[in-house]
Design a protein around this ligand. Structure first.
Ligand code: GAR
Length: 218
């Protein structure tokens, strides 16, 4: 089996990156992580990737200032030079231009810490708590020019507890992120997803038997 060549783009600690790297170590995983790129020099994730034996590159965005396209041309050249098939954004804190997104149309995934289309943008856990929602979670989606908006590949949900703080909620959502990102990449890399009219369908065959009801009345 020819594995898809994946680059992960990070800006920070890279815990989702680590989850992807670990999952991709399985012999039957349909993708291999061949490159980790950070736009921030010294991002903590770079060291973790290097320790896992993965090539790392920093394409610093700061020197480019407002010239987003010049930064992205260098980023794109790096990805193309490494023969990348699929790009996974994992805590990559840079808005991407329509030009860059179009280069990777249908081949770039992102993880967002909310059940999209709710809570696009930043501070998702704080906003979910302020609204008093009872179910929250994370989403893996294809990237389109509009932020946090592309076809949804997979979502995972957690119950929100009355005594949650943004930190406790973030911890439980992060555990879900680490589960769904590798699963979503497995689906996409194996050719198991289709996009039509902005909607992604897949041949994932499992679904939980029970509804998640929160709060549960016991
Ligand atoms: C993750 O929670 C990810 O969902 C979020 O940043 C965190 C990165 O953590 N991404 C966004 O908010 C993008 N809008 P990580 O570096 O440990 O994976």
């Amino acid at each position: 089996m020819d594995k898809r060549r994946v680059a992960i783009l990070i800006s920070g600690r890279g815990s989702n990156m680590t989850a992807l790297i670990e999952a991709a170590q399985a012999a039957d995983f349909p993708a291999e992580i061949v490159l980790v790129v950070s736009n921030i020099a010294g991002a903590a994730g770079l060291e973790k990737a290097a320790a896992a034996g993965i090539e790392t590159v920093t394409v610093a965005s700061k020197p480019f200032g407002r010239d987003r396209e010049a930064f992205e041309r260098q980023l794109n050249d790096t990805l193309v030079a490494h023969g990348i098939d699929l790009v996974c954004l994992a805590g990559f804190l840079r808005l991407l231009t329509p030009w860059f997104v179009s280069q990777w149309d249908g081949r770039m995934l992102n993880i967002h810490p909310a059940l999209l289309p709710s809570y696009k943008g930043l501070h998702t856990h704080e906003r979910a708590l302020a609204d008093g929602v009872k179910i929250h979670g994370a989403t893996v989606h294809f990237v389109v020019p509009e932020m946090d908006s592309g076809p949804i590949i997979m979502q995972g949900a957690v119950a929100v507890l009355d005594n949650d703080t943004p930190d406790t909620l973030a911890r439980r959502v992060l555990a879900v992120e680490h589960r769904i990102y590798p699963d979503a990449l497995r689906l996409v890399a194996s050719g198991g997803t289709r996009i039509a009219n902005g909607v992604c369908t897949s041949k994932a065959n499992g679904s939980p038997d029970d509804a998640l009801v929160s709060p549960a009345v016991i």
